[in-house]
Design a protein around this ligand. Structure first.
Ligand code: NAP
Ligand code: MG
Length: 462
């Protein structure tokens, strides 16, 4: 067990102001692996002051130099990939292979994409007799969740740095260790003192103080819709900019002409990956009634194959929450095709890969975000019915469409109220804007769209 006592503020590791600590638990064996300080108002205040002090010089640093620091950060993240993967496995529970390819790998790609964007982005443009300057918004408060703990930090920090902003990061209490590694990487990359600061702590304490801080210009939050709504209200009340990446209940629409086995297998893998803890997961599979029974059978078989290969969920609290939803699904009349609420192992916060059949659109398991390895398979009568079901939640983060030909799938995707749709199993693109329609959020992350969230415009007329 390691007891860390510092927080990265103003370019150095400083002891926390208060005595409280957070225990970090390995969800695979329930052992406490480390403690980190629980930041208080004094720590947040010191971090925001450091970010404010560093702002003028970083904002005035030429974009090419900011790009060079981001390239150095990418290189450090790449060099430390193994250590990052092991840390994510220890505190999140993800299998080591997933930690390496996704949790450690994607942040390298995203940091690299912003090194390039910082060097090439038009921070100035001519519009008629005006010059429009795209200037940094200022000090950013970044509040992040545990499910993709490094990715979600880098998806905020990299564009903020490219834009010329400085920031304070408050990572999730369940996954502070990879956030500490990120701060070490920032230091090693030669990013100036105070440009990036890290305060570990509890959401309702450190997170809330950060969101409410009068010297924070933009709050960028990823997490639950419940907390996002509060943060949005605080930020709007103080006339701050706000970006919210919230929950989802995305639809995987299998049109009658699709390759059913492929659509179902990829769909199940999408839900079970990261133990179902992916905000953009396609947790509702929509299948035409004529192919429904076959699809359920395929999905159950695919889920059973995952049996021992998925990791635990992040915490006892999440395990209980997910099991509660499985019980609710049964109580509301859905039929178990695979998995169930029973604990598959004695130790660790494991949940069985679960597939529900005979799910109707109004059931709780078809409406609310479960955030566990649970798939609901729903039946539709025709395309309009499928669209009604796909669009029939408060969320609109992601989705998928499968069809015999791309044109048919794209025509359906155009009618979906959602921020991104994968066509016939399209690949993740770190340059494509990511974010939600409806209650899935405000703003976009990644690529040039993600960069523009951290910029504000000034027009000079000639
Ligand atoms: P959460 O409570 O929304 O946590 C996200 C971040 O916000 C964490 O850093 C959290 O700190 C912080 N936070 C919590 N309360 C806050 C407050 N009052 N003011 C400011 N910051 C605050 O999410 P969670 O508890 O980790 O998970 C709950 C559910 O949220 C999940 O089951 C899932 O449905 C959803 N979720 C969605 C995403 C996504 O990517 N869309 C990610 C994670 C979770 P603490 O870590 O200390 O709580
Ligand atoms: Mg929480």
């Amino acid at each position: 067990m390691k007891a860390y006592d510092g927080m990265y503020i103003g370019g150095a590791w400083r002891p926390a102001a208060g005595p409280d600590v957070i225990e970090v638990v390995n969800p695979a064996d329930e052992q406490v692996i480390a403690t980190v300080p629980a930041g208080t108002v004094e720590d947040v205040d010191a971090a925001v002051r450091a970010a404010r002090t560093a702002l003028p010089a970083w904002a005035a640093t030429p974009p090419a130099e900011r790009a060079a620091r981001l390239a150095a950060l990418r290189d450090v993240l790449a060099a430390r990939q193994e250590e990052i993967a092991e840390t994510v496995t220890a505190e999140l529970g993800a299998p080591l292979k997933l930690s390496g390819t996704v949790h450690a790998g994607v942040p390298v790609a995203v940091a690299g994409s912003y090194a390039e964007l910082a060097a090439t982005y038009a921070f100035e443009e001519r519009v008629g007799n005006s010059t429009v300057l795209h200037e940094p918004v200022g000090v950013v408060g970044a509040i992040t969740p545990w499910n993709y703990p490094l990715h979600q930090i880098v998806a905020k920090a990299a564009p903020a740095l490219a834009a010329g902003c400085t920031l304070v990061v408050k990572p999730a209490e369940d996954t502070p260790l990879v956030a500490r590694l990120f701060a070490e990487a920032v230091h090693e990359a030669g990013i100036p003192a105070g440009v990036v600061n890290l305060v570990t702590g509890l959401g309702p304490v450190a997170g809330q103080v950060l969101a409410e801080h009068q010297d924070v210009d933009l709050v960028s939050f990823t997490g639950s819709t419940a907390v996002g709504r509060r943060i949005g209200a605080i930020a709007t009340g103080m006339v701050k900019k706000v970006a919210l990446e919230l929950g989802g209940k995305s639809a995987n629409v299998v049109l009658p002409s699709a390759d059913l086995a492929r659509a179902v297998n990829v769909g199940v893998a999408n839900v079970m990956s990261n133990s179902g803890q992916t905000c953009s997961a396609w947790t509702r599979m929509l299948v035409h009634r004529d192919r429904y029974d076959e699809a359920v059978e395929l999905a159950a078989a695919a889920a059973a194959k995952y049996g021992d290969r998925i990791g635990p969920v992040v915490s006892a609290r999440q395990r209980d929450r997910v099991r509660g939803y499985i019980e609710k699904g049964l109580a509301e009349g859905a039929r178990l095709a695979a998995g169930g609420p029973e604990a598959p192992r004695e130790k660790g916060f494991y949940v069985s890969p679960t597939v529900f059949a005979d799910v109707t659109p109004e059931m709780t398991i078809a409406q609310e975000e479960i955030f566990g390895p649970v798939l609901s398979v729903l039946r539709y009568d025709d395309e309009d019915d499928a669209l009604r079901i796909a669009n029939g939640t408060v969320y609109g983060l992601a989705g998928a469409v499968w069809a015999g030909d791309e044109t048919e799938a794209v025509a359906f995707a155009r009618r979906m109220d959602t921020g991104q749709v994968d066509i016939n199993g399209g690949r993740f693109n770190p340059l494509a804007p990511f974010g939600g329609y409806k209650q899935s959020g405000v703003g976009r992350e990644l690529g040039a769209h993600g960069l523009s969230e951290y910029l504000q415009t000034k027009s000079l007329q000639f």
